[in-house]
Design a protein. Structure first.
Length: 388
């Protein structure tokens, strides 16, 4: 395969062309998309030449400057007539640009990426990224068949990367794939800029403590549990607690109505989606995530980077980020347990401080971007060595 047929020393100097294949990017604030864009920005451009391939375009893609060249396939669905054209375009792109690595995200991209590589006749390294145990919950009906097919599809992939150990075990078990084929590389996180202005919301309301959640307002994130836990807190502590919700989505009106019904509208503030959540998180005291399903939560990492104690549901990789030293893990779907955990941290300032310090140290030691990028580049290098 051209440049790959060199000795191992040449891998240190060759320009490795990587095509990242993803369905689309509708926002740069969603977890997978945020991580992918940052990986591309941080790759050593002297060694790696990345490009983005989208199955379909979006308003966000059209209106924003992307960190690398990009290409759109015009994909409309696996059972649409255009599917053959999309596969042909992908195969032609891989062939024309002599792509060394194709890395896929989400289920349509996994299948399309495999077919594009097969028909390209270039045999690039094929990697699948899995970042969420809930993948496909809100997707099309035929994704159930995809999940059955993955146990066979995985045999044709060179490697699978998850962002936490629990997800690695889950993928291996669900898709009957050997653990040895699945590598764990955690999410990376940047530290907040300490020279940021304080948002007006913190001046407008007097509070003893602030609690916050960063989440898209969709069912799997269970922001309704957060609201119910605040009603519990209101009844079980004398502290004046206010809360902010950083995120937007189709449930916003429903959640605002629930807040009103619970009698907490004066203390809950829906701030919408923010480009830089750190502007708010550095001014709160406790971070919350109460999802029914997670991979390795960027929101939790952002809380930790701000030195916050964390209350989170014990799903996905959350239990790898949070334990009794830096927060409290609660069962999913239990607003009273969530509220009790919040009350515990609210009522113990020294505990809150100690937990926050542990959170910050863990980010420095395990999840800083320099460390994570060394893992990605080492993984790519090892995958290519197998072809030499």
């Amino acid at each position: 395969m051209g440049e790959l047929n060199r000795n191992q020393d040449d891998l240190k100097t060759m320009s490795v062309r990587i095509a990242y294949l993803i369905d689309t990017i509708s926002t740069d604030k969603a977890g997978t998309e945020k991580q992918l864009l940052e990986i591309i920005r941080r790759l050593d451009k002297a060694r790696y030449d990345p490009c983005l391939i989208f199955l379909s375009t979006s308003q966000w893609i059209q209106q924003n400057t992307l960190p690398c060249r990009h290409f759109t396939l015009g994909y409309k669905g696996f059972f649409k007539p255009e599917i053959l054209c999309s596969i042909g375009k992908l195969a032609a792109f891989i062939r024309k640009h002599d792509i060394h690595i194709v890395q896929t995200f989400f289920e349509d991209s996994i299948i399309l990426g495999l077919l594009g590589c097969i028909f390209s006749n270039k045999n690039p390294i094929l990697i699948s990224s899995r970042r969420d145990m809930g993948l496909g919950i809100d997707d099309l009906w035929y994704h159930g068949y995809y999940r059955q097919a993955l146990r066979f599809v995985n045999c044709l992939f060179n490697g699978i990367v998850t962002n936490n150990a629990m997800l690695r075990e889950y993928v291996s078990r669900r898709e009957r794939t050997a653990l040895a084929k699945i590598c764990v590389i955690p999410n990376g996180i940047s530290l907040p800029d300490k020279c940021m202005e304080t948002p007006a919301i913190f001046h407008e309301h007097e509070a003893d403590l602030w609690v916050g959640i960063v989440a898209n307002l969709k069912p799997v994130k269970r922001v309704d549990l957060f609201l119910r836990s605040l009603a519990f807190v209101k009844e079980h502590t004398f502290a004046k607690v206010h809360a902010i919700v950083l995120g937007d989505g189709r449930q916003r009106e429903e959640l605002e109505t629930l807040a009103n019904d619970l009698g907490i509208s004066p203390i809950i503030h829906f701030m919408g989606s923010k480009q830089n959540v750190y502007e708010y998180l550095v001014h709160i005291d406790i971070g919350v995530l109460c999802s029914d399903s997670e991979g390795l939560s960027n929101a939790i990492l952002e809380y930790m980077a701000c030195g916050l104690p964390v209350v989170a549901t014990g799903v996905g990789g959350s239990t790898e980020l949070v334990d009794s030293l830096n927060g409290i893990i609660v069962p999913p779907g239990d607003p009273d347990a969530l509220g009790t955990a919040l009350v515990t941290i609210i009522n113990h300032p020294s505990l809150r401080k100690d937990m926050g310090n542990v959170s910050y140290q863990r980010v420095l030691e395990r999840y800083n971007w320099d460390l994570v990028m060394r893992q990605w580049e080492s993984y790519y290098h090892d995958m290519l060595k197998g072809r030499v």
